[in-house]
Design a protein around this ligand. Structure first.
Ligand code: CA
Length: 232
């Protein structure tokens, strides 16, 4: 299990790293928001400990940014103990909230709790990248293959239904607000669309009259090339 510690206070960060190591948890540390996003992408942590007071960005914004691209559990740690900050953090997708100065044992217990809530019902089969698999009770979703098994039975789903099920399966047992589900569905769609875009463009090119109009602009994207007034 890997914990991304986002904390700009070096002694606090070092103490956390040591405490996590004692629990058998690997810690990767970022002291800025930029470093946090970089490490999130590169190291794919199992949980994020996020300090809200960072030198280069607002921790709330960072929380929302992380949540927009990842379902990793986020445990916010902050000196801001007011209820409004707490509610804001949770609304932005944080899973838990701990006010500084916190008790280290309590922090570790909460890390274990968010990890427990996230743990899939059964381990991913060996040889399959866990990142592409969602396991939630009898529901097994292969994100890469876009395949759904319910109680072992393959279940074909239209895009929207697939997106909704993915959103819910990412957080089994949790009640997701409607807006959150919509966000997740849009995100799933986006990833699927991106993956299939090249194929779809090739297919569009095979349509009568479109082959010469659809141009790929290397490194930039695609354009529909329309004849200028003189060519008409
Ligand atoms: Ca700080």
């Amino acid at each position: 299990m890997k914990v991304l510690v986002v904390e700009d206070n070096e002694p606090v960060s070092a103490a956390l790293q040591a405490a996590l190591a004692q629990q058998g948890l690997e810690a990767v540390c970022a002291n800025t928001g930029k470093a946090a996003l970089d490490l999130l992408e590169r190291t794919r942590p199992d949980v994020v400990l996020l300090d809200l007071g960072l030198p280069d960005c607002d921790g709330f914004t960072l929380c929302g940014t992380i949540r927009a691209s990842s379902s990793v559990p986020i445990l916010v740690t902050t000196a801001r103990g007011d209820h409004a900050s707490c509610v804001r953090g949770l609304d932005l997708g944080a899973d838990d909230y701990l006010v500084k100065p916190y008790n280290l044992a309590e922090l570790l217990a909460r890390v274990r709790a968010v990890m427990r809530r996230r743990r899939p019902a059964e381990p991913a089969p060996i040889g399959e990248p866990p990142g592409d698999l969602l396991l939630a009770g009898p529901v097994r979703i292969d994100l890469k293959e876009r395949a759904v098994l319910v109680n072992g039975v393959p279940t074909e789903l239209p895009d929207e239904e697939f997106g909704i099920l993915v959103a819910l399966a990412r957080r089994p047992g949790e009640t997701l607000p409607v807006d959150r589900i919509v966000d997740e569905v849009l995100r799933t769609h986006r990833a699927t669309l991106k993956a299939s875009l090249q194929r779809d463009i090739a297919s569009l090119r095979e349509r009568r009259g479109l082959s010469s109009l659809l141009e790929a602009v290397e490194g930039k994207g695609y354009r529909l090339s329309v004849p200028g007034p003189r060519d008409r």
